[in-house]
Write a protein that binds this ligand. Structure first.
Ligand SMILES: *[C@@H]1O[C@H](CO)[C@@H](O)[C@H](O)[C@H]1NC(C)=O
Ligand SMILES: *[C@@H]1O[C@H](CO)[C@@H](O)[C@H](O)[C@H]1NC(C)=O
Ligand SMILES: *[C@@H]1O[C@H](CO)[C@@H](O)[C@H](O)[C@H]1NC(C)=O
Ligand SMILES: *[C@@H]1O[C@H](CO)[C@@H](O)[C@H](O)[C@H]1NC(C)=O
Ligand SMILES: *[C@@H]1O[C@H](CO)[C@@H](O)[C@H](O)[C@H]1NC(C)=O
Ligand SMILES: *[C@@H]1O[C@H](CO)[C@@H](O)[C@H](O)[C@H]1NC(C)=O
Ligand SMILES: *[C@@H]1O[C@H](CO)[C@@H](O)[C@H](O)[C@H]1NC(C)=O
Ligand SMILES: *[C@@H]1O[C@H](CO)[C@@H](O)[C@H](O)[C@H]1NC(C)=O
Length: 348
């Protein structure tokens, strides 16, 4: 090998390294990640990087990466302020994280855990992971009251209240309790969103429910299950208003004035069909749906994504692009979208 060949390979190395170094600051597209807003940072935990696992679970690639967006200063959505944080002990999908309103610790509960960067489910893992974002430390607390009768679950969305209770896990004592409530309890639900109102009521929107013969059906957008965390009472609110299609794998945020804005998602039994309308608003005092007046064109349609409200901005990240999914290919997103919820315009 002469010098020239060496030099060529040296050049090639540099050329190959440059985009690599650059790309380290941009996360790969992913879906089914868990996310939480912690102060000025929007965190994303884990997710599936695979573009082919929709019909083939063994093709999953569950990353244990943790990324966050620093929202403390303004930025352009073309160059989001991405930062990589310490990785999770496991790969993790299909659940949600709750942020303690008292000390900002993050709890990841339920879901499926994986050996990182594989499709291998990690069976021996702890059912609760806690993240201290101040010092980037993951811990797995000892859990009280967890026994085999508490079935592991995924596709759930827990909420946390002001007393640090995640329904129904008490993070101050790390204790699970099973509420003995049967009155008005809804059937098993999956792929819904759960939003805690300031009144202590949890609002469950969309997803699927299990019929008595164990088959699934979509949850009507006009029969909204609520759970009152003050008196442990389930009740069904009958909603009205605009025509809102059923959906799963969508997201929901609560605005300051008590509206729940839902975004995205897909048909419960066909991930290639985006939910319509992809954005809708529910007034949680009148239980009336309305469709905001925004351009349907040039608007992203995503499912299995993340969304959070920061000020008047709904920030949407990652997820699948239903209209571009086929049997053999899952189109994943790593663009960032920001909706100004005062004017219902997409901003950059
Ligand atoms: C499923 O994915 C695995 C891992 O990528 C691959 O080995 C296998 O051939 C795939 N099966 C099918 C039916 O495509
Ligand atoms: C995070 O760690 C710091 C330093 O040990 C500690 O002061 C803080 O209370 C921890 N926060 C949480 C939420 O545990
Ligand atoms: C998973 O994705 C990472 C990052 O793209 C890649 O390095 C790794 O080889 C992938 N693993 C599998 C099993 O596909
Ligand atoms: C599991 O927990 C439930 C609810 O706390 C309790 O009723 C049941 O007795 C426990 N089962 C075992 C085997 O400990
Ligand atoms: C509980 O909800 C039901 C409707 O599902 C309602 O009739 C009942 O009054 C509620 N009870 C309390 C204590 O709020
Ligand atoms: C999906 O469910 C809808 C009803 O919600 C039904 O009309 C449709 O035929 C189903 N599609 C498939 C592919 O099963
Ligand atoms: C919700 O509906 C109530 C009753 O119609 C109305 O007074 C209130 O202004 C509405 N809230 C918002 C945020 O529009
Ligand atoms: C909806 O938006 C369009 C375009 O911005 C505007 O022309 C129209 O008047 C709006 N409609 C309503 C009911 O506000």
């Amino acid at each position: 090998m002469n010098f020239f060949t060496n030099f060529q390979s040296f050049l090639l190395t540099i050329i190959l390294l440059l985009p690599f170094v650059y790309c380290q600051n941009i996360p790969n597209p992913r879906s089914q990640q868990t996310s939480s807003l912690i102060g000025n940072r929007f965190y994303f935990f884990s997710g599936d990087l695979s573009t082919t696992d929709y019909y083939n679970n063994s093709a999953a690639n569950i990353t244990n990466e943790v990324w966050y967006l620093d929202l403390s200063s303004s930025f352009n959505t073309a160059t989001p302020p991405w930062n990589k944080d310490i990785e999770m002990p496991i790969g993790y999908i299909l659940s949600a994280s709750c942020v303690s309103p008292i000390d900002n610790s993050v709890f990841l509960i339920g879901g499926l855990t994986f050996i990182p960067n594989t499709a291998k489910i990690n069976l021996g893992s702890s059912p609760v992971y806690v993240f201290n974002s101040t010092i980037s430390l993951w811990t797995t607390p000892n859990i009280i009251g967890f026994n085999s009768s508490f079935k592991m679950r995924n596709g759930i969305q827990p909420v946390i209240d002001n007393y640090e209770k995640i329904y129904t896990f008490d993070t101050t004592s790390m204790t699970w309790s099973t509420l003995a409530i049967s009155a008005n309890a809804p059937p098993s639900l999956s792929s819904y969103t759960a939003t805690l109102l300031p009144t202590g009521i949890i609002v469950y929107i969309g997803g699927t429910k299990t019929r008595s013969d164990n088959t699934e059906e979509p949850v009507s957008m006009y029969e909204i299950q609520t759970f009152n965390t003050k008196n442990y009472n389930w009740s069904t609110k009958v909603a009205g208003g605009d025509n809102i299609g059923t959906r799963a794998y969508h997201s929901a945020i609560l605005t300051q004035n008590g509206d729940i804005i839902i975004y995205g998602g897909a048909m419960w039994n066909d991930s290639t069909i985006p939910a319509t309308p992809y954005i809708a608003k529910l007034n949680t005092s009148s239980w009336m749906w309305s469709i905001p007046n925004l351009s349907q064109i040039n608007s992203p349609q995503l499912s299995y994504h993340s969304a959070a409200l920061y000020g008047d901005y709904m920030i949407i990240a990652f997820g699948q692009i239903p209209s571009k999914i086929s049997r053999s290919f899952i189109s994943l997103n790593n663009n960032l979208y920001i909706l100004d919820i005062k004017s219902y315009t997409w901003v950059t």
